[in-house]
Design a protein around this ligand. Sequence first.
Ligand code: RIB
Ligand code: NA
Length: 307
Amino acid sequence: MSIAVIGSNMVDLITYIETMPKMGETLEAPDFSIGCGGKGANQAVAAAKLGAKVMMLSKVGDDIFADNTIANLQKFGVNTDYVEKVTGVSSGVAPIFVDPSSQNRILIIKGANNYLKPADIDRAEAELKKCKLIILQLEIPLETVYYAIDFANKHNIPLILNPAPASKALDIDYACKCDFFVPNETELEILTGLPVTSMQEIRTAADTLLAKGLKNLIVTLGDKGAVWLRGNEITHIEPYRVNAIDTSGAGDAFIGCFAHYYVQTKDVEHSMQMASLFAAYSVTGQGTQSSYPDKQAFENFQQQFKK
Ligand code: RIB
Ligand code: NA
């Protein structure tokens, strides 16, 4: 395996809305789709679709969603030897609302994802030790995230931590033990308590985290691209202009793709450029994983942006 994702699986229940109903109101929405999601699984699938050898450490419930979730990962070639069912618990579920401007609002019910524990990392130790990169998010218990960070440090395995959804409880000392810390702008705002409405504000907020000892901070900025900050250096990756339909899962598309190219090239800027393009492709289609291109579709898409 080249990449291990220790993280979540969710079932995405995506409602395309005109507006949110008011309290007590019943409102018709134009469209709905159900799909496989979860930040962990999305990132695993994004990398796997590009050809990476990916394993997932994850939990699903014992409901109607479980088998489909495992089959879906397998369909994309993600190794599921360590994706286990938890008895008597629901799978993770995410009601998502996408508005006409393609922006999303997401609720998550973690369900079985709450049951991914440090002991699960111990059980997978032999396989995990062989990986070239581990990716983490915050849809599993924090104690498991911390344990994974210590595990990766002990075995010299590079780490990406995607602090999503943002949790104020996250111990930044642990984030500093990761090679890459990758929030989006909303998460950066929540983590720092600072506004992020301009590039200057983003930089100021980012600096407060860098001052605590973060190695590489990559902030994804949606239609404003992405920035990579380390020490006093900053690199801005310009966005690719596309016709956005559904931005849900775009951040995960970025991270999964970034991981794949980073493992192959160790070139951060190039990996960010590819990740930006991959995320741009994803916002042109409905859903999360269902909107990610495979290798061929991604290569065709790249041609459109070559001058
Ligand atoms: O980042 C998007 C993802 O967040 C969705 O797939 C949803 O499941 C939530 O985990
Ligand atoms: Na999408």
